[in-house]
Every structure is written in C-alpha cells, then in structure tokens.
Design a protein around this ligand. Structure first.
Ligand code: ATP
Length: 454
C-alpha cells in the first residue's frame, strides 16, 4: 500500500489550474500570499457545482436535514465552551538556527528539515485567528475567525428545533469558510489557512449514535462515488484512542490518494453530547430535546461528517485527470462527472464567417438559459476540442457549412470522442438526456451516428 502512487503529480495539476483559470495564487500581482488561493472562472464554477451537489444530496433531497448559514464571527464564549481556546492547538517546534517553525508531528527526528539545525522542545500553538471587534483594540474586544463551521450549528440548535419542529433523528447542515493559522501549509489547496467546509451535525437519541455513524460513513462513500471518485482511491482510517479530539469518542477519516500520498479528505466524528452540554453550561440555557415517547428531556448525541470543499476540489481534479491519444496526438482530458464540469457544452462554429457565426451564436444563446455553455471560434476545430477536453467539457457542438443546409449539428462526446448528428431543434433535449446520464448513443428523431473523430 505504501508505494501506491496517484497517476498525476501535483505540479501538473497546479500548472493546469493556473493555465486554464481554475485556481490562481492569491494577490498574485503582489507576489502572492502564502497558502491563500483564488478560484478563477472555471474553478469558481467547479467549486459551486460541488457545493450544490452536496446541498442537494444532504439537504434538499432529505426530510430529516435542514440548512443553516451562520456568521463567521461569533461570541468569544463559544470558543471557551467548545474547548477551542485551550485545546485547538498543534505542537510547534522552532529551529534554533534558522528560526523556521514546524508542526512537531510532521518532522521526523530532532533536526530541522530546512537547515539541519537543532529544534526546540515542542510547545502548544493555538490555531485560531484573533481579531478585534469594533474600534478599540483591547482584550475585551477580541473575537476569533471560526476554525470550524459546526459551532454555528450547535449554538443555533434551539432556534432550529423551535422553528422547524424537527423530531430526532435530524440534522443541520452548513457550508462556509473556516480559518486556521496552520503552522505549516502546503500541497496547493490541500492545507491552507482559509478554506471552506461542508458540515453536517446529525442529532440522534443517545445510544443510537454508533448505528448512525456507520450509516453516514456509507452515505458519504456512496456520495463520493456518485461524483465519479474511484473507490480504489479512497480508504478509511480509524483514529486510535490516543489521537481522538477532546470531543470525540470515535473518528474515522476518509483518505484520498492525493499526489503527495494518502491524506484526509473528510472526517466523521461521534461528538456525543459534548457540544450541546458545554454550550448549555456556558450560556445558562438548557439545550435539550423533549422526547414525546419517554416524556423526558434528553441531550441528543451528534454524528458529524465534515468535508473540506477545497480538498474535495483537489481530489476531483486529480481523479478526473487523464492523458490519452486522439488522432495520433496525446491529449489531456479532465473526465469530470458532467454534473461537476464547469461548462456542459462548447459551441464551436467551424469558421468565423457569416452566416455560420450567426447560427452558432443563436444556438449558444438558446442553450445558455438552461445549460452552462461556452463559445469558441478561435483556431482549428481539433485545437478547440483539445482545449475543451483539457477543462473537462463533456460535449462539443460543431456547426459546419452543411448545418446551414440541413439544420443539423455534430455533437461530440469528450470521453468516447463519438460523434452524432442532431437536428438543431433537438440539441437541448439530447444534451439534457445525456447530462442526466442516458446512454450517449441514444439518438434523437432525425439523428445519425457520424463516426468517431478526435
Ligand atoms: P488535518 O488532520 O489534515 O489537519 P483535521 O483532522 O484537523 O485535518 P477536521 O478538523 O476534521 O480536520 O476538519 C474537517 C475537514 O476540513 C477536513 O477533513 C478537511 O477536509 C478540511 N480541512 C481541515 N483543515 C484544513 C485546511 N487547513 N485546509 C483545507 N481544508 C482543511
């Protein structure tokens, strides 16, 4: 297992993302800001599609989960109650020669990985970013940027319960930014100081948590598969008793085979009733649930699947990356699941001349309301196919001179490179069916297979 390698290296992914507008270094014109990244036009689409897919599967398709969007800045007591002020630390060692700092559990031996100098004894470093609220910079005004989104869920437990009248088991889900002043960052968007999380807190009756833990683990493995992530690129890692967080009685991480090796993509934790009990204690409000069956107030237990959006973007980019040969030339292709692809189709007039351009523009404008498309009329059609393959566009629609006569276009599929001829009036229906996963070779009325070309 140890020598397993991802099929793509990080440099290739970083350079593709930079070149094609998926991800740029933050504040690049000023030399960048360490470990901060900006999502470009294609990255913003990809990331939004991933978040939409999660919201759809976890919130909209379920009766037992509701959504929330809580603020990043919260009352400082939240972080006392949650244990973050004391426990949200990593062990830090500093080189006595070059002063570089490292996370103690990420360096092997006692020498500085940078200069070979002697390392200090480890001390605990709190990862929360501090800032001040209001115009006075004094201790009383200190607030923190949230290091995880879930505390916003716990402090709203009563509000959600009272307004939705949900019965156990039920969940509250949220997508949002989190901030951690990580000692060492790196591996592109894998570990940064500002990132996004998609967290679900699923509240259950005490004693039912173990069963729900297994349920959510399986749901997430299925969900990753539905996004096209290969099962052999995922594996589970159970935390040992000595490495569990202060709130957790069981944690299983889902690891992905990233270019730098197997690393955490998502964690599932059994947080018991720790958070609701603590916030009850610190706020003086009892955060409990009245069980109609037993006529008792209980503090629900909670199972938390938590996934980083940026790590999922990276996993999806790596999983989709492929190189093969088309028309005797090698091509790079991102085999995104169509639901995640930034563009679903590219509209390509064979020439820049009228009336071809008018026909292509009209087709593009007609599709745009329902299907995310792009329009490209620069260079040879072969080059344009390559460009769309490289950004993962599942379909290309080519308008040629014959299209003017027979009112038909060619639709070419990214993965198989199969081509079919389809009447203009059937393009939208055909693409919609294909994007919904129907077989590529189902032909609309009047359509014909016209072969396979790069
Ligand atoms: P790690 O051990 O890699 O530091 P963690 O166990 O501290 O991660 P959690 O607190 O379980 O992470 O956070 C839940 C999820 O949030 C992680 O599985 C990961 O996907 C994401 N995440 C955590 N820290 C970062 C970060 N610095 N950059 C990007 N994503 C992150």
């Amino acid at each position: 297992m140890a020598d397993e390698k991802a099929k793509v290296d990080m440099e290739t992914i970083v350079s593709l993302c930079r070149r094609r507008g998926f991800i740029f270094p933050s504040s690049e014109i000023y030399g960048g800001l360490n470990s901060c990244w900006d999502y470009g036009p294609l990255g913003a689409e990809l990331k939004k599609n991933i978040k939409d897919a999660w919201w759809q599967a976890i919130v909209r398709e379920r009766d037992d989960v509701v959504g929330l969007d809580s603020s990043i800045l919260m009352h400082p007591k939240v972080w006392e109650a949650s244990g973050h002020l004391v426990n949200f630390t990593d062990p830090l060692v500093e080189c006595k020669s070059c002063n570089q700092r490292f996370r103690a559990d990420q360096v092997e031996g006692t020498k500085c990985p940078n200069c070979g100098g002697e390392l200090s004894a480890p001390r605990q470093f709190n990862l929360m970013f501090k800032t001040f609220m209001g115009p006075v910079e004094e201790d009383a005004a200190v607030v923190y940027l949230r290091p995880e989104t879930c505390q916003g869920i716990f402090v709203n437990f009563e509000n959600v319960l009272n307004t939705t009248r949900k019965r156990l088991p039920f969940g509250i889900a949220q997508i949002g930014k989190a901030f951690r002043n990580e000692i060492t960052t790196g591996n592109f968007i894998f570990r940064s100081r500002e990132f996004e999380q998609m967290e679900l807190e699923y509240f259950v009756r005490p004693g039912e948590d173990a069963r729900w833990f297994d349920y959510w683990l399986e749901q997430y493995l299925n969900w990753f598969a539905s996004l096209g992530i290969k099962r052999e690129h995922l594996r589970l890692r159970e935390h040992g008793k000595d490495e569990l967080s202060h709130y957790s009685s069981r944690t299983v991480d889902i690891h992905y085979l990233f270019p730098m090796g197997w690393e955490e993509l998502q964690g599932i934790a059994n947080r018991g009733n720790f958070d609701l009990t603590q916030h009850g204690k610190y706020s003086g409000k009892e955060l409990s649930y009245f069980d109609e069956e037993t006529k008792e107030h209980i503090v629900p237990h909670v199972v938390e699947p938590s996934v980083g959006v940026d790590r999922l973007v990276l996993a999806i980019l790596c999983d989709a990356y492929d190189e093969d040969v088309a028309q005797g030339e090698s091509r790079v292709v991102l085999r995104f699941h169509p639901s995640l692809a930034p563009f679903k189709a590219a509209v390509l007039p064979l020439s820049k001349k009228e009336p071809l351009v008018k026909m292509a523009s009209d087709i593009n404008a007609g599709l745009r309301k329902n299907i995310m498309t792009t329009y490209d009329d620069a260079q040879s059609v072969g080059r344009r196919y390559r460009r769309q393959d490289e950004i993962g566009t599942p379909f290309c629609i080519t308008i040629d001179f014959q299209s003017l006569e027979d009112k038909q276009v060619t639709i070419r599929e990214r993965d198989s490179m199969n081509q079919i001829r389809v009447p203009v009036a059937e393009i939208q229906k055909t693409l919609t069916a294909k994007l919904a996963g129907e077989d590529f070779l189902i032909l609309p009325p009047g359509g014909a297979v016209v072969g396979k070309k790069g």
